[in-house]
Design a protein around this ligand. Structure first.
Ligand SMILES: [Cu+2]
Length: 375
C-alpha cells in the first residue's frame, strides 16, 4: 500500500506541472483563432481582389437596369435548381440541347429498358429450376447478325447528328465582333480590339464577407446570384456573331457559359477560338471550368446581351470608339504627325508613357481611363 501511495504521489507530482504547462494552450489557441478574422479581413496586397479599383465610388453610380447593369431574369442564363440543361440562347446551343434531350436521352432510355427486359427474362425463364435439362444450342446465325447490326446502326444514328453538330461548331459564320478573353488567377479580362475597350472583371463579394475590402462594392440581387455576379460585365450586342479568342496568362482556365453552349479551354501561350450568336438580350452567367488554383470557384463570367444601340452606349461609357474610328488621343502632348497617322506609333514615340498597355494586376476600366490616370 505504501508503494502504491508513493506511486500516486509521484504521478501527481509529475502530472501537475504538465497540466500547468498545457493550461495556457486553450487561451493561446483562442487568441489565435480570434485574431484570424482580422488577418483574413486584410489579405496581402498580392491576393487582394480588385486592387486599386474604386468600387465604393462605382457603387454610387451603379443604376440597376442601365446598360452593363441589366437585371437578370431568374431561370435565364443561370442555374435555377431544375434538372437538365439550361435554356439555350444560341443556334449551336439549341441544336446541341435538342440532340441531347430528344435523341441521346430517349435512345439511352430505350436501350436501358431493352437490356433490363432481356436480363429479367433470362433470369426467370432460363433459370436452372425451370430447365433441368440444359439447352445444347451453341449458336444462332440470325440472332448473331441482329446483335451485331443493331449496335452498329445505333452508333451510326448517334454519329450522324453528332458530326453534323461538330461541323456547325467549327464552321462559324463571318464574325461581326471579336472579343479577346484572358483568364488570370483569379479573374477574367476582356478586350474588344475593334472598339478600343479593355477591362477586367472580378467577382462581387457578399456584404457580409469579412474578406471584402472597404473599397469593394458588395453584390446585390440586381447584380446576380451569389458567386456569379461580377463588377464589370461583358456587354455584347444580341443578334450578332461574336468571335471569342480565348487565352490565359498564368495557368489553364476555361471560359464557359452554359446558356451559349460554350466551354473553351484558356491555355497560356495559345489562342483558342469559339463563337456565339446570342439570340436575345439578357444576362447570362458562367464560370471558369478548369481547376486553376485556390480561387478557381470565384472567377465567374457574366455576359450581358443587349441591343446594338445600348451596346454602342456601353462602348462609349467605357471610353471606346466605333470600329475603324480613330481612338481618342490619350495625351495632347503626344499629338504629332506620327501620332495622327498611328496612335500606337505615337504611344511608342512618347516613350510608352501614354501607351495603353494592359496591366494584369489592375482593374482598368478602359483605355481612356488609363490614359487619364497616366497624365
Ligand atoms: Cu480559372
Amino acid at each position: 500500500m505504501r508503494l502504491i501511495g508513493w506511486a500516486i504521489a509521484l504521478a501527481a507530482a509529475g502530472l501537475t506541472p504538465a497540466a500547468a504547462a498545457t493550461a495556457p494552450a486553450p487561451s493561446s489557441t483562442t487568441s489565435t483563432t480570434a485574431a484570424a478574422p482580422s488577418v483574413n479581413a486584410t489579405p496581402p496586397a498580392g491576393t487582394a481582389q480588385n486592387p486599386g479599383q474604386p468600387d465604393a465610388a462605382q457603387a454610387a453610380t451603379v443604376v440597376p437596369g442601365t446598360v452593363g447593369h441589366a437585371i437578370p431574369t431568374p431561370g435565364i442564363g443561370q442555374p435555377d435548381g431544375r434538372k437538365g440543361l439550361q435554356t439555350q440562347f444560341t443556334p449551336i446551343g439549341e441544336e446541341a440541347a435538342n440532340f441531347h434531350d430528344y435523341w441521346l436521352l430517349p435512345l439511352c432510355a430505350i436501350i436501358s429498358i431493352i437490356v433490363l427486359v432481356l436480363l429479367v427474362t433470362a433470369l426467370i425463364r432460363f433459370r436452372r429450376g425451370a430447365n433441368p435439362i440444359p439447352s445444347r444450342n451453341s449458336h444462332n446465325t440470325t440472332i448473331e447478325v441482329i446483335w451485331t447490326l443493331v449496335p452498329v446502326l445505333i452508333l451510326v444514328a448517334i454519329a450522324i447528328p453528332s458530326i453534323r453538330l461538330l461541323r456547325h461548331v467549327y464552321t462559324p459564320p463571318p464574325a461581326d465582333l471579336t472579343v479577346k478573353v484572358t483568364g488570370h488567377q483569379w479573374y477574367w479580362s476582356y478586350e474588344l480590339p475593334d472598339y478600343g475597350v479593355t477591362f477586367d472583371s472580378y467577382m462581387l463579394k457578399e456584404a457580409s464577407d469579412p474578406t471584402r475590402q472597404a473599397n469593394q462594392r458588395a453584390r446585390t440581387n440586381a447584380d446576380g446570384p451569389p458567386l456569379l455576379a461580377v463588377d464589370n460585365r461583358l456587354v455584347l450586342p444580341a443578334g450578332k456573331v461574336v468571335k471569342f479568342i480565348v487565352t490565359a496568362d498564368d495557368v489553364i482556365h476555361s471560359f464557359a457559359v452554359p446558356a451559349f453552349w460554350i466551354k473553351q479551354d484558356a491555355n497560356p501561350g495559345q489562342l483558342h477560338e469559339t463563337w456565339a450568336y446570342i439570340r436575345s438580350p439578357g444576362v447570362y452567367f458562367g464560370q471558369c471550368s478548369e481547376l486553376c488554383g485556390a480561387r478557381h470557384g470565384f472567377m465567374p463570367i457574366v455576359v450581358e446581351a443587349t441591343t446594338p444601340a445600348r451596346f454602342a452606349q456601353w462602348v462609349a461609357e467605357k471610353g471606346g470608339h466605333a470600329p475603324g474610328a480613330a481612338p481618342t488621343a490619350p495625351d495632347s502632348t503626344a499629338i504629332s504627325p506620327v501620332s495622327e497617322a498611328s496612335p500606337a506609333a505615337a504611344a511608342a514615340a512618347s516613350g510608352g508613357a501614354t501607351a495603353p498597355a494592359p496591366a494584369p494586376a489592375q482593374n482598368n476600366q478602359n483605355v481612356a481611363n488609363r490614359a487619364t490616370q497616366s497624365k
